[in-house]
Write a protein that binds this ligand. Structure first.
Ligand code: SF4
Ligand code: SF4
Length: 960
């Protein structure tokens, strides 16, 4: 018996993991976190596994700990599982070797993800799983959400039967976070697959009281090798064991799994070999090409380790002459990527031409036209080897030109633009749930940018009458929804919208304002393609029912309405509201239902005549600006020549100007007591006080009447400036403002271009000159921050501390940042908020990394001192005097800057000249937030603290 679910790949995999586990060691890492979270939730709800027991879940301090607790549990006879990805998986590698060597039936479920190299990326590819292929773990790949469940079952069953550990993986985000309607086996059916004798065998093998057993010895050259080779047999047997369980599942679930599956023309001449979600895309291209007379096919890899020549040859059509092998990774300096090398080895004696190619790094989308290009390449007279798709490589010329391919589909495409935390992703998921629970098939994929909140989210939704296997972005949306009207001025949201398509915009602007706001390219799509435009203004409803900006339910309702899905589905949606908000109390439920009832009157269809094509904008084309305007996919390889090592300029955040707040603080000077508390609490360095001369007011285009007399400074004018387009609307400044006589000096108001211009000028020219002590709230407000407009959440508690740190110590600090929240808002391209040196190594080694930076500086500066002592008698007297000045004042921030300049202009030894950049004094600050703080014990922070090094540490965690 099977049942339908609307779930994502993480949930599908976790369902299989839960029923086969007795214990789970967990530690969260994106995008595998939901698996651990779900298992933890089900355990706390008392859900039963296949042994009628509740899974014991242990959350550890790191992935090292999660792997170790899993290892120990297995040695002591519990079926144990863990979940991971990326760096987390790499941290498990030493324990993975142990588990494989000790032949334990561990299973690690992995939402495969990129590895941090020149940059961190939380998105999906196969770099992490390939890095573990020498550990001795068997490896199973899933190509879709449904596979993620069935391969999860196979990995547990085969691990127990074959006495070897398994890594089961699927594409991070593309599969782990894709919502799809799937049909899965009932637990009672899965029970039929269990071989209890094998479980008893595992339990009997456990280390236990009454056994005189030693396991995990140390060995020497005489025996280690033989003891390794003896396990060959188990690896040789494993493909048959995997195949056995796949066949059993096929029988129960009417699926057709094999270690390698063949799809396509049985007499194909040209085929692709691949694993992961791309296989679904390849199948669509194969169908289309074969319809047009080509003979193509796909070998889809499920069992990647042990790599079975026999099973691969079983499915390879005898007619094949050309093969393209696709790897979702990059192994720099190799003769080819891993899957390509495996296929080459198996087919080395066959007369087949084999070409390797790379694709989809860090979740780069793989549309049909790129796979079509791969087939085109191997059909050509001169196929490229080591090719790439999805990018333009104008440096080494390895990329293939995309080749358009139109396929008929029976589904509708809906694209929803939201901004982080506005609930539009939730609204899209609700839409999928309600439609999917009816007769429709649904697919939902959710794209996020790098901001911690307030960033752009794009939901790619498909709804149709038959199963949807399209693991790539929407190609031609029928309906586009925009929750923030300003996106229509910044981004080409309507690109590829279908003729006569529909557009829903949430906006409080009138017709003229909307026409002025929307960019030329978006308006052209509206007019040329005869788009039906609907506008809803939900501000009034939001205020009336205290929705706190969460307009997602109403937007979902409008989406239902515009999609003509009828009243029945709308009633279902009301039920969904009740169940979603029941835990938040009746008032919240009632408010949302009432808002929904009343929402009809706030939606109107707009006449397209309001849109006039009267302007065309150009933007500077730099890597940063292209990313800001969501056109990063259009950048070619040559654009990155100067960024090959991942170096980018700091301070790009000031270019972003997101205008994400629905209000901005407006200064009421008559109520201001010049306390500067507003600037102190603002995490984003958006609001700043200035004490200006008359001339400075003139230069900034501020009328003196807009200022008040500066307290404590003669002939100066006090002014509060707000970079309004960078305000996140957290409201902290207004809250903190004491004002005068019960009246606040800051109130909510509307954005104005003029204030932005004034702020741009004042912030640029901020000079730090003030009579007030900078170690007071008043004084620090006049200091220039070197951390501004970060992508941190509105009102972030951490960001305010960092901003103040930079105001206090200015340009003489260097940041060594741990990986986590603070590194994401600290340096997520295109936004770099620091205007001082900032660097990062990893989550787990940050204290040691910072110690290295600090020690390096210290060492270089000691070297300078030695050189000065050694050469003082050979340089002229003025230089000698400067040497002395520096040695006596090495830690003086201002003086050392002047000395550097002086030495630079003097005749000095070459060995000193190359070290001139180390002349200025500096302080290394080690920054860590989130879970990093919990790792103080296991990480190197102990070492730093006990090493007598005067390194500065800022732990950014409100819970510590
Ligand atoms: Fe800064 Fe928040 Fe005030 Fe905006 S509302 S200026 S982000 S404190
Ligand atoms: Fe003026 Fe209020 Fe800012 Fe104090 S917190 S400086 S009173 S605006």
């Amino acid at each position: 018996m099977k049942k339908n679910y609307i779930i994502d790949g993480n949930e599908a995999s976790a369902m299989g993991a839960y029923i086969f586990s007795e214990l789970c060691g967990i530690y969260p890492i994106t995008p595998a976190t939901p698996m651990a979270t779900l298992v933890d939730k089900w355990s706390s709800q008392g859900r039963k596994n296949l042994f009628n027991d509740t899974v014991k879940v242990i959350e550890m301090q790191s992935e090292v700990g999660a792997a170790a607790v899993t290892h120990g549990a297995l040695q002591a006879g519990s079926l144990a599982t863990t979940f991971s990805a990326s760096q987390g998986l790499l941290l498990m590698i030493p324990t993975m070797y142990k588990m494989a060597g000790e032949m334990l039936p561990a299973v690690i479920h992995v939402a495969a993800r990129s590895i941090a190299t020149h940059a961190l990326s939380i998105f999906g590819d196969h770099q992490d799983i390939y890095a573990t292929r020498s550990t001795g773990f068997c490896m199973l790949s899933s190509s879709s959400v449904e596979d993620a469940y069935y391969m999860s079952l196979v990995s547990h069953l085969a691990a127990i039967d074959g006495k070897l550990p398994f890594l089961h993986f699927f594409d991070g985000f593309r599969t782990s976070h894709e919502l799809n309607k799937v049909s899965l086996l009932d637990d009672n059916e899965v029970l039929k697959l269990i071989d209890y004798e094998k479980i008893y065998e595992f339990k009997r093998k456990a280390l236990n009281i009454g056994k005189e057993i030693t396991r995990g010895t140390s060995q020497t050259a005489d025996v280690y090798f033989q003891n390794t080779e003896v396990r060959n047999k188990y690896y040789n047997d494993m493909p048959n064991i995997v195949n056995k369980y796949m066949e059993k599942i096929n029988e129960l679930a009417q699926t057709s799994y094999k270690p390698f599956n063949y799809y396509g023309d049985p007499k194909a001449t040209h085929i692709i070999v691949a694993m992961g979600s791309v296989c679904e895309t390849v199948k669509t291209v194969v169908d289309e090409l074969n319809k047009n007379g080509r003979k193509t096919g796909l070998i889809e890899v499920f069992l990647y380790r042990p790599f079975s020549s026999e099973y691969l040859l079983n499915v390879l059509p005898k007619t094949v002459t050309n093969i393209a092998v696709l790897d979702r990774t990059k192994e720099s300096g190799s003769t080819g990527e891993p899957l390509y090398l495996d296929v080459m080895e198996v087919l080395k004696h066959k007369n087949i031409h084999i070409y390797g190619g790379r694709y989809g790094l860090s979740s780069k989308d793989v549309p049909l036209k790129d796979i079509n290009a791969v087939f085109e390449n191997i059909f050509s007279d001169n196929p490229k080897n080591g090719f790439t798709i999805g990018i333009v490589d104008d440096v080494t010329y390895l990329s293939l030109e995309p080749k358009e391919l139109n396929v008929d589909v029976d589904y509708k495409e809906i694209k929803v633009f939201g901004f982080g935390s506005d609930g539009m992703v939730g609204a899209s998921k609700n839409l999928m749930k309600v439609l999917g629970e009816k007769s429709d098939y649904v697919q939902g994929y959710f794209e996020y940018d790098s901001k911690k909140s307030g960033g752009v989210t794009v939901s790619h939704l498909r709804v149709g009458p038959s199963k949807i296997n399209a693991p790539y972005f929407l190609t031609s949306p029928d309906f586009i929804v925009i929750s923030k009207d300003v996106y229509l001025s910044r981004y080409f949201c309507l690109e590829n919208i279908k003729e006569n398509g529909k557009l829903l915009i949430s906006s409080s602007l009138n017709d003229k304002e909307l026409n002025d706001l929307i960019s030329y390219e978006n308006k052209k799509e509206i007019i040329d393609k005869n788009i039906k435009v609907y506008v809803c203004n939900l501000e009034e409803l939001n205020d009336k029912y205290s929705l706190g900006g969460k307009i997602n339910n109403i937007m979902s309702y409008y989406m239902f309405k515009i999609l003509n899905k009828g009243n029945e589905a709308i009633e279902d949606f009301k039920e969904l509201i009740k169940s979603t908000y029941s835990s938040k109390g009746n008032i919240v439920v009632e408010n949302n239902l009432n808002a929904l009832e009343e929402s009809e009157k706030y939606l109107e269809e707009v006449d397209n005549n309001i849109f006039v094509l009267d302007k065309s904008e150009t933007n500077d084309k730099t890597v940063i600006s292209e990313m800001i305007y969501r056109r990063g996919d259009n950048l070619s390889v040559s654009n990155f020549i100067d960024h090959a090592d991942g170096t980018y300029e700091g301070g790009s955040a000031s270019l972003d100007k997101r205008k994400i707040s629905s209000f901005v603080p407006k200064w009421c000077k008559e109520n201001c007591i010049q306390c500067n508390q507003c600037a102190f609490v603002c995490p984003h360095a958006v609001i700043r006080p200035f004490s200006l001369t008359d001339n400075e007011c003139l230069e900034a285009h501020i009328d003196k009447s807009e200022t008040i007399e500066s307290l404590g400074e003669k002939n100066k004018n006090f002014f509060i400036s707000v970079s309004e387009s960078n305000c996140t609307g957290c409201g902290l400044c207004i809250k903190a403002c004491p004002g005068k006589n019960g009246e606040k000096a800051l109130v909510e108001g509307e954005y104005s271009v003029r204030m932005d211009k004034i702020s741009d000028h004042l912030f640029e020219n901020q000079d730090n000159i003030t009579p007030f002590n900078k170690f007071t709230v008043k004084g620090v407000g006049f200091q220039k921050p070197y951390f501004e407009f970060s992508g941190a959440c509105a009102g972030c508690g951490e960001a305010a501390y960092i901003k103040i740190l930079t105001e206090l110590y200015g340009k003489n600090i260097v940041i060594a940042n741990a990986t986590g929240c603070s590194s994401i808002y600290g340096a997520s391209l295109p936004i770099t908020p620091y205007k001082i040196p900032w660097m990062n190594s990893l989550f787990e080694d940050n204290a040691e990394f910072g110690l290295g930076v600090h020690s390096s500086y210290k060492k270089m500066r000691e070297r300078i001192k030695e050189i000065m002592i050694q050469t003082k008698d050979v340089v002229d007297s003025e230089v000698k005097e400067t040497y002395k000045e520096w040695i006596d004042n090495m830690e003086d921030d201002d003086l050392t800057l002047v000395i550097k300049d002086k030495l630079d202009k003097s005749e000095i030894p070459n060995e000193l000249r190359i070290l001139l950049d180390y002349i200025p004094s500096r302080k290394v600050w080690i920054l860590g937030g989130d879970g990093w703080a919990y790792d103080i014990g296991y990480g190197g922070l102990d070492h730093v603290l006990y090493s007598n090094e005067d390194v500065n540490i800022l732990v950014l965690d409100t819970e510590v």
